[in-house]
Design a binder for this molecule. Structure first.
Ligand SMILES: *Cc1c(COP(=O)(O)O)cnc(C)c1O
Ligand code: SF4
Length: 335
């Protein structure tokens, strides 16, 4: 899906970059001088969850390196088609909860809006690969069913925008939501979960910053970087603009085999984030979704990596190692 264009005659820069994302695995491999890897790409996996990656993210991949950690996150490999016991379609049990109005209220005081099904990048390990969310997003019908659900429950103090990627919506659409939420006196905080500042930092434009600066609530943005190579100058500059607008920046990562499953990779990521004014928040154990088994790191190794990281980093740079368990009252620390 291409985001709604508010100025048809002259698309915003980020919308043009969004439209020009790479969508063909073979084009991607040619750009990276890796044409000989074509046989590792699965047509079936691509049909199930299309490849999508902005060119600015491709520019951060190393030419000629089949093991590049950014490439691995987006390339549809034949491994995705292997059935692996324990890896299932609805790994976090979200489907029934999100069926009606795009509001997920699993944890006390916080409601998550599945704002949209669109993302600027398609991450192969994502559980959303099996759920396009087309008919059940919170933005449908001008947000009204979702806002009505939030209005009806005064125990909700924090609204989380998630998706898909909520910043794939136009700023106009986001303003429509914040205007309606202003009337709800029980809302105290807004949180935005987005990968766009990482994969398409041009999204952090003047229009978005003006919207953020006008919000009546303290606002946290949880970005999603998995490897230090994702943090180039454009990303660091987007972080700086967000911070100047009063946004608290946090990062969540997924522990991914072949991407960040080493102490140096994780330490470089945490230090690189802090250099950009972002605090590490969560390091997620992979959701056991079918097609993602080749990214799995077993719990014992995950704990060992986290223990070594704890010994090496200041406490405030250590992300919490957690996993999502259906029915639990929070994300659970890995014990
Ligand atoms: C992860 C998640 C949250 C936020 O959890 P925090 O621990 O506060 O970051 C809220 N709602 C849902 C449905 C979630 O999956
Ligand atoms: S950007 Fe987030 S929601 Fe979208 S595919 Fe990647 S991990 Fe999943």
């Amino acid at each position: 899906m291409i985001p709604a264009n508010t100025h048809p005659a002259q698309p915003l820069r980020w919308q043009a970059l969004w439209r020009d994302a790479i969508r063909d695995p073979h084009t991607l491999l040619e750009l990276l001088e890796l044409g000989h890897l074509s046989h590792r790409v699965s047509r079936e996996a691509t049909a199930q969850f299309a490849l999508r990656v902005p060119q600015g993210f491709v520019a951060r991949m190393r030419r000629g390196d089949p093991g590049d950690p950014l490439l691995r996150q987006v390339l549809p490999l034949v491994e995705e088609t292997f059935a692996v016991p324990g890896f299932v379609l609805d790994a976090v049990g979200d489907l029934p909860a999100s069926a009606t109005n795009g509001v997920l209220h699993k944890y006390q005081g916080r409601a998550l809006l599945v704002a949209t099904g669109s993302c600027a990048v398609h991450c192969r390990y994502c559980f959303r690969r099996h759920f396009p969310y087309a008919e059940q997003t919170a933005a449908a019908n001008d947000w009204q069913p979702a806002v009505a659900a939030l209005a009806a429950d005064t125990s909700i103090h924090e609204v989380l925008l998630s998706g898909g990627d909520p910043l794939s919506l136009s700023t106009e659409k986001l303003t429509q939501l914040s205007d309606q939420l202003r009337g709800l006196s029980h809302i105290r905080r807004l949180r935005i979960h987005t990968r766009l500042p990482i994969v398409l930092p041009e999204r952090v434009d003047d229009e978005l910053l003006a919207w953020l600066a006008r919000l009546p609530w303290p606002c946290a943005m949880v970005v999603h970087a998995n490897h230090a190579n994702e943090l180039d100058d454009n990303v660091l500059s987007a972080f700086a603009r967000l911070r100047a607008s009063g946004i608290s920046l946090l990062n969540q990562s997924v522990l991914l085999k072949g991407v960040n499953d080493s102490v140096p990779a994780l330490a470089d990521l945490c230090e690189g984030l802090f250099a950009g004014g972002v605090l590490p928040y969560y390091l997620h154990q992979l959701d056991r979704v079918s097609g993602a088994a080749h990214f799995a790191v077993d719990d014992r190794q995950a704990r060992a990596l986290h223990d070594q990281l704890r010994a090496q980093l200041p406490g405030y740079l250590l992300p919490r190692l957690v996993r999502e368990v259906a029915g639990a009252a929070s994300k659970l620390p890995l014990m």
